[in-house]
Design a protein around this ligand. Structure first.
Ligand SMILES: [Zn+2]
Ligand SMILES: [Zn+2]
Length: 119
């Protein structure tokens, strides 16, 4: 296995399912950690760890307004168990400059989906 740090990848806006799969593998290895906080009935979630695309550290915080607003679908997955599944779309915000990144963008452009199982 080659584990040397790769040179920074170029910025690319992508939400390919490949990255969601890689993020899932990172989650299983605890390279990505989900920390939910419940305060006064308000959920906020911090997702931190290695970006599946550029491998830099990235941290994403979701608070209730974001979760109910844009990025999350709630409901049982098709054919899945009846438990609630929250899914959040995480965008890399590693803060490391990537070639061709637009201004004010602090990541490599990848978005991936993290499922937060509510059990
Ligand atoms: Zn990066
Ligand atoms: Zn990245």
């Amino acid at each position: 296995m080659v584990d040397a740090p790769a040179p920074a990848v170029e910025y690319l806006e992508t939400a390919d399912f490949e990255w969601t799969e890689r993020a899932f593998a990172l989650l299983e290895r605890n390279a990505i950690v989900i920390t939910p906080h419940f305060v006064d009935g308000i959920i906020s979630i911090v997702i931190s760890g290695s970006c599946p695309r550029c491998s830099h550290e990235t941290v994403e915080r979701f608070v209730d307004t974001v979760i109910t607003g844009v990025d999350v679908k709630r409901g049982p997955a098709d054919g899945g168990d009846p438990g609630d599944v929250l899914e959040v779309d995480v965008t890399c915000r590693c803060g490391v400059p990537h070639d061709h990144a637009p201004e004010n963008v602090a990541g490599c452009g990848v978005s991936f989906r993290i499922a937060l199982e509510d059990s």
